[in-house]
Design a protein. Structure first.
Length: 114
């Protein structure tokens, strides 16, 4: 028997969910992972990835709502950063701002060098 690829497993899981999708997706995926013998470390990585995706979706929806209310992307972002920095020490604030700045500069460099 040949070893299944990720695409094979994902296709099987999606087909199974489509045919038996009574359970919440998270519960269904947990059962499927167990049936494939996926270890806890991988399960945790998948859960963290799902949380990141949910966070991105929530921020996207929040940005859309802000735009509908006439706010710019910049003002939305500044409000998010302000909220993130609430209650932080000056040192922590500086670290966050430097990290954001470095990330933005790196992303800009990557876009320009493509």
């Amino acid at each position: 028997m040949t070893e299944k690829t990720f695409d094979d497993i994902l296709s099987e899981m999606l087909a199974a969910y489509d045919s038996k999708g009574e359970k919440p997706m998270d519960e269904f995926i947990a059962e499927q992972l167990q049936s494939y013998g996926i270890d806890d470390e991988t399960k945790n990585l998948i859960a963290e990835t799902n949380e990141e995706i949910d966070g991105i979706e929530n921020n996207w929806a929040d940005l859309d709502k802000a735009k509908e209310n006439g706010k710019s992307r910049k003002s939305w972002f500044i409000a998010k950063v302000d909220k993130l920095l609430e209650g932080k020490t000056e040192e922590e604030k500086l670290l966050v701002v430097n990290t954001i700045t470095e990330s933005m500069e790196k992303a800009e460099d990557e876009m320009l060098n493509q």
